[in-house]
Design a protein around this ligand. Structure first.
Ligand code: AMP
Ligand code: GLY
Length: 418
């Protein structure tokens, strides 16, 4: 079987690493990939946000399955186009990917299916939004409706911060994605990322993770794509999971079936566990990054078979299994991230880090210049470990990080501590 993975981050490295162990695969491609992925797959230079380019490559190379990693190809409808051309594709249709593509769409689903979520107001113009801010209490959350590369959410402590966020959004800081906004109730409680694998009819839990979104230790500073994660979360009890499935995941899937756009692929629910129970703050239509790294390191089942079961609607009889161990990942980023940072800084010691048992270093923003590995992005490495407990996995990941030499990098030293 020939498989093409789309993306070039640590999430896609984890996907390729996991797929590469499947004996069913005769050829694994990744576009665009990265120097870490190169060890698992043949990296090809494709613009993955251009459906035609991906489709042409898939046809020409007789690809049997395409696995998009990030949200943009999914929201662009790559799955529909591939399927129309009789090529299996893992993930939601363009219509169902609106769960991530439009926060207002998700709120409408929550409203129709009575799913617990933060209360909100929706604005398409600046003046009424500003006027509304004068009538409410703070903190409050301002969200761009569309895709904003994880930067579209501001938690405003006071009216000045809120006004600035609203103005920035309508002045085009997020392009068209920010021309519609939600002003949303601030929810208090721990956060949890919950993942289900769906085939349009059936959803099976594929575990959970806790992400560390803020750039600084003790959760201070601006939001990032994620500075580390661990799985499973310690806060997920059986009762809580029951509530998440029955009050949030299943009603969402039923509502989408009712609307004629059933959901296939990974459904990633961003939740806040409030005193009144779990509430949905967002859906993503893909694996999280860095959550994917910890989920796939814990997965015992064959990933390829799981993805095919999602595409072929056979999840009902699929027995997904996970290791009992815990996994943890620490992201190493370029100094300055999520603001400005330099590129091209040399990195070494990864092989030594990986000599430690149950440690795997996934690449994100790396490239090779004259055969030397250098940084090329904000988030650069995802140092991942598996051990009996979260504490043990933590020690292992930090032990591995000590082996990595990179003068322009930094990481949070408190991943998994809370
Ligand atoms: P999102 O991009 O929707 O995941 O939001 C980014 C981060 O903002 C989340 O991980 C939360 O930490 C925070 N956040 C989003 N919505 C809310 C909310 N309604 N109440 C409190 N925090 C929120
Ligand atoms: N780690 C957050 C995300 O993938 O959206």
């Amino acid at each position: 079987m020939k498989v093409l993975v789309l993306g070039g981050g640590a999430r896609e490295h984890a996907i390729c690493w996991s797929l590469a162990s499947s004996t069913l695969i005769t050829k694994l491609y990744c576009a665009p990939g990265n120097p870490g992925i190169e060890k698992e797959a043949l990296c090809v230079d494709l613009d993955i946000e251009n459906n035609k380019e991906v489709l042409d490559f898939a046809k020409k190379n007789k690809i049997d399955l395409v696995v998009p990693g990030p949200e943009i190809p999914l929201v662009n409808g790559i799955v529909d186009e591939l399927k129309q051309n009789k090529i299996r594709a893992f993930g939601p249709s363009k219509a169902a990917a609106l769960l991530e593509g439009s926060k207002k769409f998700t709120k409408d689903i929550c409203n129709s299916a009575k799913i617990p979520t933060a209360k909100f107001n929706f604005f398409t113009e600046m003046a009424p939004a500003i006027k509304y801010l004068n009538t409410i209490a703070f903190p409050i959350v301002i969200k761009a409706d569309g895709l904003a590369a994880g930067k579209g959410v501001t938690i405003a402590k006071d009216i000045n911060e809120a006004k600035e966020a609203v103005k920035n959004s309508f002045n085009g800081i997020f392009g068209t994605a920010g021309m519609k906004i939600l002003i949303e109730e601030f929810l208090e409680g721990p956060e949890l990322s919950y993942f289900a694998l769906c085939d349009g009819k059936t959803a099976i839990p594929i575990s959970n993770a806790q992400d560390h979104k803020r750039v600084g230790e003790n959760d201070v500073g601006p939001n990032t794509g994620g500075m580390g994660a661990f799985s499973p979360s310690q806060i997920l009890t059986e009762n809580l999971e029951h509530q998440i499935i029955n009050k949030i995941i299943n009603p969402t899937l039923k509502e989408l079936i009712k609307r004629g756009t059933p959901y296939q692929g990974v459904l990633y629910a961003g939740l806040i566990i409030t005193k009144e129970g779990p509430k949905l703050i967002e859906y993503n239509v893909r694996f999280g990054d860095p959550e994917c790294q910890v989920l796939l390191t814990r997965m015992k089942s064959n990933l390829l078979e799981a993805l095919i079961a999602s595409c072929d609607q056979t999840l009902e009889s699929f027995n997904i299994r996970f290791f009992d161990e815990s996994t943890l990942t620490v992201v190493m980023a370029s100094k300055g991230y999520p603001g400005k940072y330099i590129k091209g800084s040399e990195i070494s010691g990864i092989e030594e880090a990986e000599k430690i048992r149950d440690v795997k270093v996934f690449h994100a923003g790396t490239t090779k210049i004259n055969n030397i590995l250098v940084s090329s992005g904000g988030r650069v490495l995802s140092v991942t470990s598996k051990a009996k407990t979260i504490e043990d996995a933590r020690s292992l990941a930090y032990k591995a990080i000590k082996k990595i030499r990179w003068k322009d990098g930094f990481f949070r030293s408190d991943i998994g501590l809370k």
